[in-house]
Design a protein around this ligand. Structure first.
Ligand SMILES: Nc1nc2c(c(=O)[nH]1)N[C@H]1C(S)=C(S)[C@@H](COP(=O)(O)OP(=O)(O)OC[C@H]3O[C@@H](n4cnc5c(N)ncnc54)[C@H](O)[C@@H]3O)O[C@H]1N2
Ligand code: MOO
Length: 415
């Protein structure tokens, strides 16, 4: 057992932005430098180590947006118009058909626009009669024609370096002809829970014990952020055991996320063990939940230490963990978008800490869009089960102590 004394920690709190800057600086120093080339189909979730430049225009040629008839707008000045059908152009190679005065070509969506045509009339507005097409309604000149380079021109940047590749980005790369991409090596993250009271789910709970859940939370979030994860649990009051697990994890990982044991209690082993380590930094951050935070470098590998309370661990990942992984993998860190929505309930917020309240954005009975906390207990950092129902976070500034139903509040989506 550790016999470390309880700390009387009256350290002033630091601002979220200040601590975030420290976390990002740490990640910048350990940013992954290795690159690899992978098939586009295997690149989902990876981070681009190069820009993708269009090798072709998109669209590549003038083409039809509808199934219908390619015509000359000048022939539609008076409707109904009757035009002679002189050919057909499906999607695919351009046929040797052209549209002259008084003529039309039957055309399919995506097919190249025949020479002479400048407008496409969709088939619903037409009737065919004895080799002619009858167009009964006026059609805007140039309607239903997609022009070359309208989306992107050859030589333009389609995806910047540092983009994380999801389905849409893979599709953009494919559409400009890219088949292999340079990506940043996938980060390997250790996830380590500490706590004597923690029993793996499925085990038998003795009095005072609870099921361990943070490693599932943080491993899941880290994987969703593109990392490969190695998950472990070490008991809280045995620093030697924690040191062994840290040795093992840091020898295989680019970084380790810890939860629990960072506060001021006698058994807060993470803090007790790391306190003497290189660059070990512990702060009280003006955040609720998620006040106690720390980082250190263990045998050359950065560690981020989050509080053990499950919602605190989640908010810590949302505010610091995800930006840390993004920086580690060379991604840009855009500001998390916030929008103002009316509070759908009243609640208290702790003085001097920015409160993050899990909840949902919904329509209330009066038809107003409101933010509603998922739990009547608001931002309580132990509310692990109701956290799963939340899809948004309400962010209350540090100087606000009470939120009145109906007032505008800042809301962020949970990614
Ligand atoms: N005297 C003070 N006590 C506390 C302070 C303070 O300023 N002065 N801060 C409180 C705040 S705020 C937080 S947050 C917690 C942080 O404590 P630790 O990070 O040291 O976390 P633990 O004590 O290990 O655990 C807290 C809580 O969370 C449960 N837990 C921990 N790990 C897991 C896990 N992997 N899965 C599920 N649940 C977990 C643990 O059982 C505790 O209930 O300190 C306050 N105290
Ligand atoms: O900062 Mo703690 O996570 O509120 O309980």
């Amino acid at each position: 057992m550790s016999d470390a004394p309880e700390r009387r920690d009256r350290q002033p709190k630091i601002k979220i932005a200040e601590y975030l800057q420290q976390v990002r600086s740490l990640a910048e120093r350990f940013a992954i430098q290795e690159r690899e080339e992978v098939e586009l189909a295997a690149a989902r979730g990876r981070v681009l180590a190069q820009a993708i430049t269009a090798g072709v225009d998109i669209p590549g040629f003038a083409n039809s947006a509808m199934d219908g008839y390619a015509v000359r707008a000048a022939d539609l000045e008076e409707v109904p118009a009757r035009l002679r059908i002189v050919g057909e152009q499906p999607a695919g190679p351009a046929r040797d058909v052209a549209v002259g005065a008084g003529e039309a070509v039957r055309i399919m969506t995506g097919a190249p626009l025949p020479a002479g045509a400048d407008t496409v009339v969709q088939s619903e507005l037409t009737e065919e009669d004895d080799g002619q097409v009858v167009i009964g309604e006026a059609v805007r000149p140039g309607a239903n024609v997609r022009h070359p380079g309208e989306d992107v021109s050859s030589g333009e940047t389609v995806l910047v370096q540092g983009t994380r590749l999801a389905g849409r980005q893979l599709s953009a790369a494919a559409a400009v002809g890219t088949s292999r991409v340079q990506v940043v090596r996938q980060p390997v993250l250790g996830v380590l829970s500490t706590g004597d009271e923690l029993v793996p789910p499925g085990g038998v709970l003795a009095p005072g014990q609870i099921y361990e859940s943070n490693s599932y939370l943080l491993a899941g979030l880290a994987e969703e952020s593109g990392a490969r994860v190695i998950r472990r649990h070490a008991v809280a009051d045995r620093p030697e055991e924690l040191a062994v697990v840290l040795d093992e994890l840091t020898s295989q990982c680019d970084a380790v996320l810890l939860s629990g044991g960072v506060s001021v209690g006698r058994f807060d082993v993470v803090r007790n063990l790391l306190d003497g380590e290189a660059e070990s930094t512990f702060h009280r951050v003006s955040l609720q939940p998620g006040k106690p935070q720390g980082y250190a470098v263990w045998k050359g590998t950065p560690l981020l230490a989050f509080p053990g309370n499950p919602v605190g661990a989640f908010i810590s990942f949302h505010v610091f963990g995800r930006p840390f992984i993004r920086t580690l993998t060379g991604q840009v860190n855009p500001q998390t978008p916030r929008r103002q929505i009316r509070a759908g309930a009243s609640w208290k917020s702790p003085q001097g800490r920015s409160q993050y309240v899990p909840g949902r954005v919904r329509l209330n009975a009066a038809g107003q869009v409101v933010f509603e906390p998922t739990s009547a207990h608001g931002s309580g950092s132990h509310l692990v089960a109701t956290l799963a129902q939340a899809s948004a976070l309400c962010v209350i500034p540090a100087d606000v102590e009470f939120v009145q139903a109906g007032q505008l509040v800042d809301v962020e989506d949970i990614l």
